[in-house]
Ligand binder design. Structure first.
Ligand SMILES: Nc1ncnc2c1ncn2[C@@H]1O[C@H](COP(=O)(O)OP(=O)(O)OP(=O)(O)O)[C@@H](O)[C@H]1O
Length: 284
């Protein structure tokens, strides 16, 4: 079963648009959603959650069409956007009491467990929370109403390395029994190397690739060549950088001619993102 099925999502702002965004996420897995600043991650997430109006497209969540079943589906979705701009003069406890009243399956025991695990004091005011504490509090809320799909916008940014590592462990525990699925956007590609099963990469409003992590990486090769080889391969490269030894470039694996005497290695996610960000200039 699919936790998420997005088809041909289009959304236009004055200076930006999501263009035919389509991807699917299987139930019980963790998908990392990556892309540079301004690539369209938050806009996609808000569109999925119907927090912004889309121009066209179809969104199915847990087998149901979001447009038709929004109220019911919102019970099954936990989402966070990190910051909290409301009820800031109130204590955590007060805001929780408001939020929990919206959820049929609110689990107080789970909520208090997460507060303890995240070292959060219910008597602190929202305005007194650090960025990392706000992220953790948002997550505690998202995790305490029996959500089957978690959609988290940059949940690890603002967290220190220890808190981030703890959170990634929690993600892995949550998906273990195959019932919960997690989509999270991030810039921190090492988080994905640790815990994502699937990667979806958005660049300038378009999905470049969405696949299992190993297949995703295997789609590309990083090559190191001599300057005199550059002309013969330049057109196939996604982008390249010249250096004092020659050049390094990113290429689609299928475009790499094995008969060429050029060293190639598997890139990491960060390298893939960096070269794509330079694609428009064709070289860096
Ligand atoms: N309400 C809006 N009105 C007009 N343009 C918007 C609006 N919200 C976002 N945008 C534009 O849409 C583009 C994509 O923004 P979005 O927040 O989706 O990117 P992102 O990938 O989440 O970036 P980041 O990693 O920086 O959070 C940006 O150019 C942004 O300026």
């Amino acid at each position: 079963m699919l936790a998420l099925d997005i088809k041909n999502l289009n959304k236009k702002y004055e200076h930006f648009q999501l263009k035919n965004v389509s991807f699917q996420m299987k139930k019980g897995y963790i998908m990392g959603f990556i892309g540079a600043n301004g690539a369209g991650k938050t806009t996609t997430i808000k569109s999925i959650l119907n927090l912004t109006r889309i121009d066209s497209g179809e969104i199915h969540i847990l087998g149901k069409e979001m447009k038709k079943h929004e109220i019911e589906l919102k019970q099954e979705i936990g989402f966070t956007f990190g910051d909290i701009h409301f009820y800031t003069r109130n204590k955590i406890k007060t805001l929780t009491n408001v939020i929990k009243s919206f959820y049929r399956n609110w689990d107080d025991e789970a909520y208090h467990n997460y507060l303890r695990r995240f070292n959060l004091n219910e008597n602190k005011k929202i305005a007194e929370l650090s960025t990392g504490m706000k992220v953790k509090y948002s997550l505690a809320l998202a995790l305490s109403h029996g959500a089957k799909l978690l959609i988290l916008d940059e949940p690890t940014s603002g967290l220190d390395p220890v808190a981030r590592d703890n959170l990634l462990d929690i993600f892995q525990e949550l998906v273990e029994d195959g019932e919960i699925s997690i989509l999270f956007s991030t810039h921190i590609t090492t988080d994905l190397e640790k815990c994502a099963d699937y990667i979806t990469f958005i660049d300038n409003g378009q999905i470049i690739n969405s696949s299992e992590k190993e297949d995703f990486i295997d789609t590309y090769r990083l090559i190191n060549g001599k300057l005199e080889q550059l002309d013969s391969i330049k057109d196939q490269l996604i982008a390249y950088k010249k250096n004092s030894f020659g050049f390094t470039g990113l290429i689609h694996t299928i475009d790499l001619d094995p008969s060429l005497d050029i060293k190639s290695t598997l890139p990491n996610l960060e390298e893939i993102m960096i070269y794509f960000s330079k694609k428009e200039d064709s070289h860096v």
